[in-house]
Design a protein around this ligand. Structure first.
Ligand code: 3Y8
Ligand code: NAP
Length: 248
């Protein structure tokens, strides 16, 4: 039977994999959650929207005769990744995760590492008024509501449908990947003193971290959530080697 791949996407690495696969004769479908208004066009057939939990994903795998699943989602997309582990175990489908290593603090960095979004908000609550770059996306702004001693620079993929829960904020509407020079200019313009960031890893979001180092700003770095064990690789060639070692 010929291979029929399902790629769980939404990251720079997923885009690189899709671009590579488009140049092969492998059949592949890219899947997005449908979180943003206009996901970046990719050179593969794509589907948008949830599957309906691990059960729905297992049904999709069976109905579409998927032979391999490649989880190239973001390290904070823990629910999707855990569902993929469950559904692939239930259906006996080979699964590989294409991930990127967490960022590590470097000399000159001023990081406070916290376990999760709630702990990041607790840290902010203890600080006197700061100019905060809150670059954790739209879905978690509510966890920082009420900390109005601060002013906020919010970076969002789409314009917010409801006003963000802050007294003083500026919403920067832009999607990455971002560059060091642009983030340095943006953060200087807003006199940023603290950056709140997920430990996303990879290159697409690192620019705010390197810019913070240059500006001497503090970074509240949020550790990744736990994900069930699965085989992981960090590059497109390693995914291709894995596919060659796992015939349909
Ligand atoms: C919908 C699909 C590519 C992929 C690009 C990467 C890099 C740029 C940096 C900051 C941090 C943040 C956020 C971020 C980055 C890449 C990558 C990455 C962070 C798109 C995309 C989708 C999403 C969903 C979106 C979340 C949000 C998170 C913004 C496409 C652009 C903050 C994560 O409005 C919302 O609901 C946004 C939701 C999940 C986190 C959150 O909780 O709000 N990503 N981002 C995917 C889907 O529907 O399945 O349009 O390309 C993809 C990318 N975002 O191909 O070049 O690889 O990480 N995405 C974080 O890391 O903290 C921005 O501003 O510095
Ligand atoms: P999540 O919390 O792990 O997933 C919540 C639900 O969204 C999943 O159970 C699934 O719904 C659906 N879903 C998530 N990713 C999907 C995909 N690629 N294809 C189809 N359905 C998907 O995920 P998230 O953190 O909201 O991330 C959503 C998407 O944005 C992912 O593609 C991720 O790669 C991308 N992204 C996320 C971040 C981040 O910071 N979280 C950053 C950059 C990109 P069902 O249960 O109904 O199947």
């Amino acid at each position: 039977m010929s291979k029929n791949l399902l790629i769980l996407g939404g990251t720079t690495e997923a885009t690189a994999l899709c671009t590579h696969l488009a140049g092969t004769d492998l059949r592949a479908t890219l899947s997005f959650a449908g979180r943003v208004e206009r996901p970046r066009r990719q050179p593969l057939p794509q589907r948008i929207g949830g599957f309906g939990g691990a059960v729905g994903l297992a049904d999709y795998i069976k109905n579409e005769t998927i032979t391999h699943v490649i989880d190239a989602t973001h390290p904070f997309a823990a629910q999707m990744s855990n569902n993929a582990v469950t559904a692939c175990a239930q259906t006996g489908t080979p699964l590989i995760a294409l991930t990127r290593a967490p960022w590590e603090p470097m000399s000159g960095d001023n990081w406070i590492q916290v376990a999760d979004m709630t702990s990041a908000a607790t840290k902010l609550a203890m600080l006197p008024g700061q100019n905060i770059m809150l670059a954790v996306g739209r879905m978690h702004l509510g966890e920082f509501a009420g900390l109005d001693q601060h002013s906020y620079l919010l970076r969002l993929v789409d314009p917010p449908q409801t006003p963000p829960p802050f007294a003083r904020f500026h919403a920067e509407i832009s999607r990455g990947p971002f560059t060091h020079a642009d983030d340095l200019t943006l953060m200087q313009r807003h006199n940023i003193t603290v950056v709140v960031s997920k430990n996303a890893g990879g290159t697409g979001a690192y620019s705010k971290i390197s810019a913070a180092r240059e500006l001497g700003a503090q970074v509240i770095m949020i550790d990744r959530p736990e994900i069930a064990p699965r085989p992981e690789v960090h590059s497109v060639p390693a995914v291709m080697d894995w596919l060659n070692a796992h015939p349909a």
